[in-house]
Design a protein around this ligand. Structure first.
Ligand code: SAM
Length: 351
């Protein structure tokens, strides 16, 4: 494990040669530890109705300019079957946060139906925010096997500055602990380049992933959304955030060799080569957005989101091409689980 001082020095580094050489090292570690296959997760953004009010997020409950929607069961299942027929291996069900019983039942039914309709073949990752342990268990028993819950930042005092008072960092930690106890492959991540975020804090995030034995990482650059309290055009620097996003991928790969790391949409949003450069910096997962076009414009967490008007077929073709360009393969119809989940000795040592 690199020292925090060395991590911070790399985050500060402006020397292109040095940066490229570190990315090459991370890429080699990726090939040696998780191979040259990129796994696809078709992401279905099933609802933007949210009870949370995070200061950075475009679908926060106080943003009254958002046209709220919840996809019908039929549309969600059709999207999942689209992913299955396109040999994605798994889907991610993501939405704004709701904990009411109608929502819990709705998701449980959807998980069961997807499993039934695909003979158990399509893997299901959930990204549905903070829930009760019992809810996580119900969804796990219904057939979901991976869960992504970003800690957003591992720095508790900074977390407080990004959220209203009733959003509880400790509860988020508890949720991660429960997910691991239940047996989910557990993912987390942070936003990178937030206003007021220090390199010390980002270095601590890498330690957080390591110390908590996380299986998968979905992190990406912070991107401004106009109708949020955090929006400040003077501070937002897309190029810097993009570069930091790549550096964080490489640092994570070098320090935790066998986990799954996603090249995220936010990366692609800030740079037309974002996915490809993310893969070259150490990522091994991509998540084509397969949400039907009619809903996509209403799920804007940040501005300029990539592939807002591109058909799901076009999105997949683009990704397949990016993967081919770097000489890697797509793991068609494979779940592409995190090797770390199977390699690690302990399963619930959240510290
Ligand atoms: N409600 C679920 C949760 O909180 O985990 C899932 C949906 S939430 C919108 C998904 C992720 O979007 C968050 O974890 C956050 O990191 C990311 N996000 C929100 N606003 C963002 C922004 N302005 N820039 C980059 N990422 C953002």
């Amino acid at each position: 494990m690199m020292t925090k001082k060395d991590i911070i020095a790399f985050l500060n580094c402006r020397d292109k040669k040095e940066i490229d050489s570190f990315f090459n090292q991370a890429y080699k570690i990726k090939l040696d530890n998780v191979g040259n296959k990129v796994y696809l997760r078709g992401i279905i953004e099933l609802s933007n109705i949210c009870t949370k009010d995070c200061f950075y997020c475009g679908i926060r409950k106080s943003n009254n300019k958002v046209n709220r929607f919840c996809m019908s069961e039929k549309d969600i299942i059709e999207s999942a079957l689209f992913s299955h027929n396109n040999r994605h291996g798994s889907v991610v069900l993501q939405s704004g946060e709701r904990c009411d019983i109608e929502f819990i039942d709705f998701i449980e039914k959807i998980i069961k139906t997807i499993k039934k309709e695909t003979n158990g073949k399509l893997g299901i990752t959930l990204s549905l925010g903070e829930q009760a342990k019992d809810t996580y268990k119900r969804w796990f028993d219904a057939g979901a096997h991976r869960y992504l819950l970003r800690i957003e930042t591992s720095d508790e005092s900074f977390y407080k500055r990004l959220h209203p008072e009733d959003h509880d960092y400790k509860n988020r930690l508890n949720c991660l602990k429960w997910l691991k106890e239940i047996g989910y492959q557990t993912g987390t991540g942070v936003m990178i380049g937030l206003p007021g975020q220090s390199y010390e804090s980002l270095a601590a995030d890498i330690y957080f992933f390591k110390d908590n034995d996380i299986d998968m990482i979905g992190m990406g650059p912070y991107v401004l959304h106009e109708n949020t309290p955090l929006a400040s055009r003077n501070i937002f620097n897309p190029d810097r955030n993009f570069e930091l996003g790549l550096k964080m991928i490489a640092l994570t790969r070098v320090n935790i060799k066998d986990i799954n790391i996603a090249a995220t949409t936010a990366l692609q949003t800030l740079n037309p080569d974002g996915y490809r450069l993310g893969l070259k910096a150490g990522a091994n997962i991509v998540m084509p957005n397969i949400t039907p076009l009619k809903y996509r414009k209403d799920y804007q967490l940040y501005e300029g989101k990539a592939f807002l008007n591109e058909s799901s077929e076009g999105y997949i073709d683009f990704l397949a091409n990016q993967v081919k360009l770097i000489g890697e393969e797509i793991g068609y119809s494979e779940w592409g689980d995190s090797p770390h989940f199977y390699n690690k000795k302990t399963n619930n040592n959240l510290v």
